[in-house]
Design a binder for this molecule. Structure first.
Ligand SMILES: [Zn+2]
Length: 88
């Protein structure tokens, strides 16, 4: 457990399912679980914000750019940089 306090939902589960959450592919029960965890757990919320940003960027790029994979890897590099800054 990386958060240091007990959560009903494991951080790894939350992080593994952030994309399902963003895509709205979850059941209402799971959505409530993830949302509650994000309320309680700052590290996961930060990760969620980054993923949300990434998803928005990819969605936007798909409209006008034919090589989302290239952009995706570029964004992933950027995210690593941001994460290193956040972890200070
Ligand atoms: Zn967490």
């Amino acid at each position: 457990m990386s958060c240091g306090n007990p959560h009903e939902t494991d951080c790894r589960e939350v992080l593994a399912r952030v994309y399902e959450y963003l895509d709205g592919e979850m059941t209402a029960h799971d959505v409530a679980k993830i949302r509650q965890h994000l309320d309680e757990c700052h590290p996961c919320l930060t990760q969620y914000d980054i993923d949300q940003l990434l998803k928005a960027l990819i969605r936007r790029s798909c409209v006008c750019e034919a090589a989302p994979e290239t952009l995706r890897s570029r964004i992933l590099v950027r995210i690593t940089e941001v994460r290193l800054q956040l972890e200070g």
